[in-house]
Design a protein around this ligand. Structure first.
Ligand code: MG
Length: 359
């Protein structure tokens, strides 16, 4: 196994420990540049990082996680201001955004962790502030609003505690309408969609195996999100990340119907069904009666790689837009950016004020 410097095509440098099996036929024999760097296409790298079930790519994935971490000390050559030119602040572009929505129904989709609440070491303590809750409550009075999270729906509801919202938990695999009458939903609460019900016994089984397997790694935390699982790296020493990722893979290799994906210092384990936050967004728009409407303007705000599926759906539909919450440049299909949850709250409050004054 060799350590190579890699220049990813869009300019982010990463040192990747390259196991012999990392490069598939598609990227075999990468061209060596004069300075000893190899160049590979970033999309291919990301794809390979996600294909942990398919080969010994754990180290590459761990390095990718380090490189994408906001706390990483690695030098990023992608200039922040260039990135901000392509993904300007949604606060600075507020007038343009609201002008684009004129005559259309805004529908709000909000991720939870890192979007409404700060990222914290203990995922069980990712509380949102009272001020944020009050803002989201006002927002839901102005627009249909959904929380879309990788968390178990009950858990995210217990954090948010607003009955007038739609909730899509488990990366959208568990969707429920408002349990309190709102002007957008007056019927009793109902489970709207659970496309992965048949996977419940398997998820429970793998949860038990992962708990057992990872208990030797200090700080590792396995979270049961009902239709999916999360293995949190946040409290694990960085030198133990490879070991933990290998433990996860050793369990998952016997479950080809489950797949791994990477989030912010977390590995997500989900059924292989074609369902994600983007599909949840489409399902919710349909449930709200906007399936084939041209006068709908969905806004999705999220901070994670799993939110990219929703950003991509909006881009492909040519409706509304995504806002990525990030302080650092990232590859994204979102149109705009916000730096942190406090800016999300400011943006939501401005939407509320704009709506109230536009009538
Ligand atoms: Mg998040």
């Amino acid at each position: 196994m060799t350590k190579q410097k890699v220049v990813v095509a869009d300019g982010i440098d990463m040192a990747v420990v390259v196991p012999p099996a990392l490069f598939s036929a598609e990227v075999k024999k990468p061209p060596l540049m004069p300075n000893g760097y190899i160049t590979i296409n970033k999309k291919k790298l990301l794809l390979q990082n996600l294909e942990i079930n398919g080969g010994t790519r754990v180290n590459a994935w761990v390095e990718s996680m380090r490189a994408s971490s906001p706390t990483s000390n690695r030098k990023r050559t992608q200039d922040q201001s260039t990135w901000m030119d392509r993904h300007p602040s949604a606060l600075n572009m507020f007038d343009e955004i609201t002008n684009a929505s004129k005559g259309k129904q805004i529908v709000m989709f909000l991720d939870y962790d890192g979007t409404l609440s700060p990222i914290v070491d203990d995922p069980d303590r990712a509380y949102m502030s009272d001020a944020m809750r009050a803002t989201v409550r006002k927002l839901a009075g102005c627009f249909p609003t959904a929380i879309v999270s990788g968390r178990c729906r009950d858990k995210v509801y217990n954090f948010v505690k607003l009955a007038e919202l739609y909730y899509a938990g488990s990366h959208g695999m568990d969707i429920r309408g408002p349990s309190k009458g709102s002007k957008y939903k007056k019927s009793p609460p109902s489970v709207l969609c659970q496309p992965a019900s048949e996977y419940l016994p398997m998820i429970d089984e793998v949860y038990g195996l992962l708990m057992e397997k990872t208990k030797s790694t200090p700080g590792a935390k396995v979270e049961n999100n009902k239709f999916c699982l999360s293995v949190h790296f946040r409290c694990v020493e960085e030198k133990k990340w490879s070991e933990l990722a290998a433990q996860v893979r050793s369990v998952l290799k016997d479950y080809p119907k489950l797949r791994l994906s990477q989030g912010r210092k977390v590995l997500e384990i989900r059924p292989t069904i074609k369902w994600d936050k983007g599909k949840a967004l489409e399902f919710l728009l349909e449930s709200l009666g906007y399936a084939n409407c041209t006068d709908v303007f969905p806004i999705y705000i999220g901070d994670d790689r799993t939110d990219e599926d929703a950003f991509m759906v909006l881009k492909e539909r040519g409706q509304g837009f995504g806002i990525l919450v990030s302080k650092i440049p990232k590859d994204t299909s979102a149109s705009y950016s916000l730096q942190e949850p406090s800016e999300v709250m400011d943006f939501l409050q401005r939407l509320v004020d704009w709506k109230r004054h536009s009538w």
